[in-house]
Ligand binder design. Sequence first.
Ligand code: ZN
Length: 311
Amino acid sequence: MKYQILKKLSIILTAFLFICSASAHKPIKTLLVTGQNNHNWQVSHEALKQTLENSGLFTVDLAVSLEQGKDMTKFTVDFTPYELVVLDYNEDAWPEETKNGFVNYVKNGGGVVVYHAANNSFLDWKEYNEICALGGWEGRNEKSGPYAYWKDGKLQKDDSPGIGGSHGEQHVYILNSRAEDHPVSDGLPNTWLHVIDELYDRMRGPAHIEEVLFTAHSDVESGGSGREEPLMFTVTYGDGRIFHTMLGHAGESLKDNPAMQCTGFQVTLLRGAEWAATGDVTQKVPADFPSSSKFSMRPQYKEVKDKKKKK
Ligand code: ZN
């Protein structure tokens, strides 16, 4: 009799432990907001979704808005079931209910990834600009907040008047790590080469950046600012963690999409997304990560395993 009770207890305990370990590895429930953009969102959102899901760490639902110019009052989004929201949206204003839902989601500890042109969006929405910290275009100027750039070993803020948001010719460029111990950049090379992309410069906004992760030099010869621009950084808003990446201009198709096919873009996106959702990064630095002299691509939006090595 005693033995049977013990046996039952052991079955219950085993089941409990199994549930615990399964939930510890549950993918991060993610909502990707898209549907309008001055960029090719049909390509970008698919590339983001595939990159996130192929890692096995995320499951991605889509919130696709109506077309530009349509009645946006119907674009209601429930953010509450999600641990992570990825923003790939730039155009018509969201209805108040969706705006409030998003701000409350972040305040209450929700994770956010601000991706590329999502920081162009919503010039007049104060909280959104605080969440992004820096934005560009759409009439941004000194009223939007200071410029922010890296100089003399730290982030400088500059109130001088002028446009907010610009970029020169697309080119290959080097990313420089500025927070080597942050979970997102820990273990990554201090300098690495990014595949041809836009290099956003002269961005401005409330600029309450928590930590600058990576900068790149925007050279005047390519039409840039001559400054060391912060291209990846973190922001805190309420209890929410935000990872902002300005990399990843969308290409013509999923096959012709070099900036988003860059291993460096994908790996930093995955690490930033995990950190925003959980506060930690459990991913190992992959063998195919670029170096300072050699870029690397993942054309299928997943790690390219060395075929010579057998499992
Ligand atoms: Zn772009």
